[in-house]
Design a protein around this ligand. Structure first.
Ligand code: HEC
Length: 126
């Protein structure tokens, strides 16, 4: 584990395009940018909550609030698209909605993991 670079780091969005860029925008915890909203809608449409819980806190599958604290975006994409079929995680690479929205799903779940996005229903910003 590299040393923490400061506990305030997560609160300060990095410049767009940098590796650390925060992938979502959120206002009041439940108003999000259009892409993050699509990520949430994809989560709902695919019923990921059946296995990961309605608040992503884990059920038969692990807590994604925890997982997204340590997984890289590439690891996330591989887990969701390839799946880990022998361990009960289906692969979604044949599901066009998921392929099209993988970045959006990541943005949504990262926001949940960061504690910036509230569990439950979301709306668009403005
Ligand atoms: C049928 C149950 C099931 C469904 C549906 C499901 N998952 Fe999973 N998922 C699992 C299980 C079980 C694991 C743990 C696999 C393992 O042990 O490596 C997992 C693992 C993961 C991981 C890796 C977590 C880590 O810490 O390594 C991610 C990310 C993930 N799932 C995201 C999703 C998303 C996003 C969806 C919806 C598109 C989804 N899952 C739908 C059961 C499910």
């Amino acid at each position: 584990m590299p040393a923490a670079t400061g506990s305030d780091r997560a609160a300060v969005p990095a410049p767009a395009g940098s590796a650390d860029a925060v992938p979502y925008r959120v206002v009041d915890g439940d108003h999000v940018d259009a892409n993050t909203l699509k990520g949430w809608q994809t989560w709902r449409a695919m019923a990921c909550d059946r296995c990961h819980g309605p608040d992503q806190e884990g059920l038969v599958g692990p807590s994604l609030v925890q997982s997204l604290k340590v997984m890289t975006k590439d690891e996330f994409k591989a887990a969701v698209l390839d799946g880990r079929v022998e361990k009960g995680m289906p692969g979604f690479s044949a599901v066009q909605t998921v392929v099209d929205n993988i970045d959006n799903l990541y943005a949504y779940l990262k926001g949940r993991s960061d504690g910036a996005i509230k569990p439950g229903k979301l709306k668009g910003i403005e």
